[in-house]
Design a protein around this ligand. Structure first.
Ligand code: SAM
Length: 282
């Protein structure tokens, strides 16, 4: 099982290290593919993968961009960009791919140089101020008429069972004040309003659910174990009723024969939202 702390990048983001991201993508692949195909990216386009991580989305982005297209991939963590560079070198993508280390709050690209931006699983890490800056940067680097697409997980839809769901909600409510991805994950359903405030037009969104039920495939167990681990760790950092803490401590004991991952009715549900808007003009 991947330890949560080992999923942190050199730039300090949890659940962001390349091999963890690969396991997440593989465990939820059909839904992730459906999400990216829903955006409307066109063959021949130049697309920015903003916050590319280890490059999990690149094969599909490159397929959609096609031989005449181009992908630029940018991320804050140098080791993730190194992983993407070796992927590009070893895999052979249908279109050209260029990488850069950079911050989404001040993108290292000229105005109007992309047809679209794809940004997956990043806004959870951004404060409200940073989210405004990042959306303004997306509007700057995408040409008039081009698309800005943000995919984010929606914490309001996350559940696992058998477990008292109200304990999950109490934890998220208590922990959101000091764990940025929890606050960011609870903001996801408001992203369409943020898009409109940033000046984007024709804003639309679609929700997706990933559900995984027992018996889990090994890759699903790997990914879900890491996500489950986050919960008791967060619980230990906040003030919760003792009966909640008993349940969270039990969840942390993965070796117990009674752990919910071994329950025949175990189910994990992850919610996602894909928001797409158009840069005005043309
Ligand atoms: C959860 S990962 C998502 C990676 C990839 N988009 C995916 O879905 O597999 C979050 C990524 O965002 C990057 N990141 C976080 N804040 C960033 C920022 N301000 N600018 C650029 N990259 C950032 C992290 O380095 C990490 O690679």
């Amino acid at each position: 099982m991947t330890d949560y702390d080992s999923t942190r990048t050199s730039t300090g983001h949890g659940l962001s290290e390349g091999s963890y991201l690969d396991s997440h993508f593989e465990a939820m692949k059909p839904e992730y593919e459906a999400m990216i195909r829903s955006v409307g990216l066109k063959s021949g386009w130049s697309v920015l993968d903003a916050g590319c991580g280890g490059g999990s989305f690149l094969p599909l982005l490159a397929e959609l961009a096609g031989a005449d297209g181009h992908i630029s991939a940018v991320d804050l963590a140098p080791e993730n960009i190194e992983q993407v560079d070796s992927l590009v070198e070893n895999k052979g993508f249908p279109c050209s791919i260029e990488t850069r280390v950079g911050n989404l709050t001040s993108l290292p690209y000229e105005d109007n140089c992309f047809d679209a931006v794809w940004c997956a699983n990043i806004t959870q890490y951004l404060t409200d101020d940073e989210l405004g800056e990042v959306l303004a940067e997306f509007c700057r680097v995408v040409r008039p008429g081009g698309l800005v697409a943000v995919k984010e997980f929606d914490l309001t839809a996350n559940l696992f069972s058998p477990f008292d769901q109200t304990m999950i909600w109490r934890l998220y409510d208590a922990a959101r004040h000091h764990i940025p991805p929890m606050q960011g994950g609870l903001r996801t359903f408001q992203l369409p309003t943020w898009f409109k405030q940033a000046g984007l037009i024709s804003v639309g969104f679609e929700s997706f659910l990933s559900e995984r039920k027992a018996p889990l495939r090994p890759i699903e167990r790997e990914f879900i174990s890491t996500i489950l681990q986050v919960h008791p760790q967060a619980a230990a950092s906040v003030d919760l009723p003792e009966q909640d803490m008993v349940a969270w401590r039990a969840l942390a004991d993965f070796d117990s024969p009674d752990h919910i991952l071994k329950h025949p009715d175990f189910c994990f549900r992850e919610g996602h939202v894909v928001v797409v808007g158009q840069v005005p003009g043309n």
